[in-house]
Write a protein that binds this ligand. Structure first.
Ligand code: FES
Length: 88
C-alpha cells in the first residue's frame, strides 16, 4: 500500500507546515533529521532555528497569504491556460 504524499500548507502570516512522509535536505543533499512527521518551516526569515519556524514571525509582524498570493494565482492561471492550449 502506498503512502499519501506529504502535505505542505502555507499558513496565513506564518510558516509552511509539512505533514506526512518527507525528506528535508540541505543544499549538499545531506538529510536534516526533523525528528517528526509534522514540521513548520520558516518563511519569514526571522527564525533562529532555520529552517524551522520558532514563532518569531509573530514578533516580526510577518504578513503573507494563507494560500496563493494574488500574483501567484494569476501566474498559475496563465500557466494552466498555456498548458491547455498545448494539449488541444
Ligand atoms: S515563519 Fe515562523 S519564524 Fe519565520
Amino acid at each position: 500500500m502506498s503512502e499519501q504524499p506529504a502535505e505542505i500548507v502555507p499558513y496565513k502570516d506564518g510558516p509552511l507546515v509539512i505533514r506526512g512522509a518527507f525528506a528535508l535536505r540541505d543544499e549538499q543533499g545531506r538529510e536534516i533529521d526533523a525528528g517528526r512527521r509534522t514540521i513548520a518551516l520558516c518563511r519569514c526569515g526571522r527564525s533562529q532555528l532555520r529552517p524551522f519556524c520558532d514563532g518569531s514571525h509573530r514578533l516580526a509582524g510577518f504578513r503573507a497569504e494563507g494560500g496563493l498570493s494574488a500574483a501567484a494565482a494569476r501566474r498559475h492561471e496563465l500557466v494552466a491556460s498555456v498548458d491547455a492550449e498545448r494539449h488541444q
